[in-house]
Design a protein around this ligand. Structure first.
Ligand code: DGY
Length: 353
C-alpha cells in the first residue's frame, strides 16, 4: 500500500446541491466522457471533491492539511492534465517541467502570487483563482483582528482562563475605542470595500489609497488620500493589496515610522507585502501600538520575536476559513478546472491568452 494517503477516484456520495447541479442535463453533458488526470495538492471540502470525482476525472488527492514534500509533489505531476493547488505550493518552472501534460492550474484561493504566471503563460497553461466568494469571510476576519487588537481580546481570554483574575478593575486590560477613529484601507478592491462597509457601523472616518477614485468607497464617505497621508492619518491601517513585484515590502521601516504611535497595523493580504523584520522593530520599539496579522513573510514560519508580544494578534492564515466559504471555493476551483479542460469559457482565468 502506498505510503501516502492518495485516494484514487471512485463514485462517492454527493451532496444534494451537487446532485441537483449534475442532474441538469446540460451540465451532465459537459462533464461526460472526461478522463482527465487531476491531482489535488491538499485536502479540500468534500463538496468540491465529489464534484470532481463525478466528472469522471481520474483523481488523486493528497488528503492532508499539510503540504507534500516538494519532491513527492513533483513526482505526482507527470501524468496530470490539471492540478488543484490547495495551499501556497510554489508553482514555477520546476513544477511545470515535472508536468509535461499540464493544461490548467486551479488555485483554491483568490491570491495566486505563488504561481509564476509568465512561466505558465509561456507554456500555454491556464491559471485560475476563486474571487468574490471569499470577500465577506475575509472582511469579517479583518474586523476580528481590528476588534481583537483594539480590545485586547486574546489577553483577556488568557487571563480569564489563568485562574489569576481578581475581579473587575477600572484599569485592567484597557484597550482603545474603535468608534470615531480613522480606518485606512490600502487596496480598495472587493475585500477592502467590504471591510470599509463594515467600518461604517462603527462610525469611523474612512480613508483609502487607490489608483483612481472608487465609487463604492466614496459612497461610504471615504476620502482618497496619498500613501503618505494614509500612513499618518490611520488609527487602524488595513492592507488588502495582492502581492506583486510592486507591493513586495511596501511596508518597511520608513513606512512604520510615519504611522501614529497609537496606530494598529492589520495585514490580511500577503506576508511579503511587509518587511517582517521592520514590523518586529516597529512593534518592539513602539513606533506603532500593535498589529493584527493573518499572513507572514515566510509562511508557515512566523518571526519568533512576534510570538511573545502582547500587542500582536496572530492568526495562521485563516482569512477565508469558514465552512461555507471554503465549500464555495472548492466548488469554484473544481468548476474552473473542469471548464478549462473541457474547453468551456471560464471567467476566473487570471492569465488569458
Ligand atoms: C486567498 O484566497 O488568497 C486566501 O489568502 C486564502 O485563504
Amino acid at each position: 500500500m502506498s505510503q501516502y494517503p492518495w485516494h484514487t477516484s471512485h463514485f462517492s456520495c454527493l451532496t444534494r446541491a451537487i446532485m441537483s447541479q449534475l442532474d441538469q442535463p446540460e451540465i451532465g453533458r459537459q462533464y461526460r466522457h472526461m478522463s482527465w488526470n487531476v491531482f489535488v495538492s491538499r485536502r479540500i471540502p468534500t463538496e468540491g471533491m465529489d464534484l470532481l470525482r463525478q466528472s469522471g476525472a481520474e483523481v488523486r488527492l493528497h488528503d492532508e492539511e499539510s503540504p507534500l514534500p516538494r519532491n513527492e509533489l513533483l513526482a505526482q505531476l507527470r501524468s496530470c492534465d490539471g492540478v488543484i493547488i490547495g495551499g501556497g505550493e510554489r508553482v514555477d518552472a520546476e513544477f511545470f517541467d515535472a508536468a509535461p501534460k499540464l493544461k490548467v492550474v486551479s488555485c483554491l484561493a483568490v491570491g495566486y502570487d505563488n504561481v509564476d504566471l509568465a512561466e505558465a503563460t509561456g507554456r500555454r497553461i491556464l491559471v485560475t483563482n476563486t474571487p468574490d466568494v471569499l470577500t465577506d469571510a475575509v472582511a469579517d476576519l479583518t474586523w476580528a483582528l481590528i476588534l481583537g487588537v483594539a480590545r485586547r481580546v486574546v489577553e483577556g481570554d488568557r487571563l480569564a482562563r489563568s485562574g489569576k483574575w481578581r475581579g473587575l478593575s477600572p484599569t485592567l486590560l484597557r484597550g482603545v475605542d474603535v468608534a470615531g477613529k480613522t480606518l485606512g484601507i490600502i487596496g480598495a478592491g472587493r475585500i477592502g470595500a467590504a471591510v470599509a462597509k463594515r467600518g461604517t457601523g462603527f462610525s469611523m472616518r474612512l480613508v483609502y489609497v487607490a489608483r483612481s477614485a472608487k465609487p463604492e468607497m466614496e459612497a461610504l464617505g471615504g476620502r482618497r488620500v496619498t500613501f503618505d497621508e494614509i500612513l499618518r492619518e490611520s488609527d487602524f491601517l488595513c492592507v488588502h493589496v495582492p502581492l506583486t513585484p510592486d507591493t513586495r515590502h511596501l511596508f518597511g521601516e520608513a513606512e512604520f515610522r510615519k504611522m501614529k504611535p497609537t496606530a494598529y497595523f492589520i495585514n490580511m493580504a500577503r506576508g511579503a507585502v511587509v518587511d517582517e523584520a521592520a514590523l518586529v522593530r516597529a512593534l518592539r520599539e513602539t513606533w506603532i501600538a500593535g498589529a493584527g496579522l493573518d499572513v507572514y513573510e515566510h509562511e508557515p514560519q512566523i518571526s519568533p520575536e512576534l510570538l511573545p508580544m502582547p500587542n500582536t494578534l496572530l492568526l495562521p492564515h485563516l482569512g477565508s476559513a469558514t465552512v461555507e466559504t471554503r465549500r464555495r471555493m472548492s466548488i469554484m476551483a473544481v468548476e474552473n478546472l473542469l471548464a478549462v479542460l473541457d474547453g468551456r469559457p471560464c471567467p476566473n482565468v487570471v492569465n488569458p491568452f
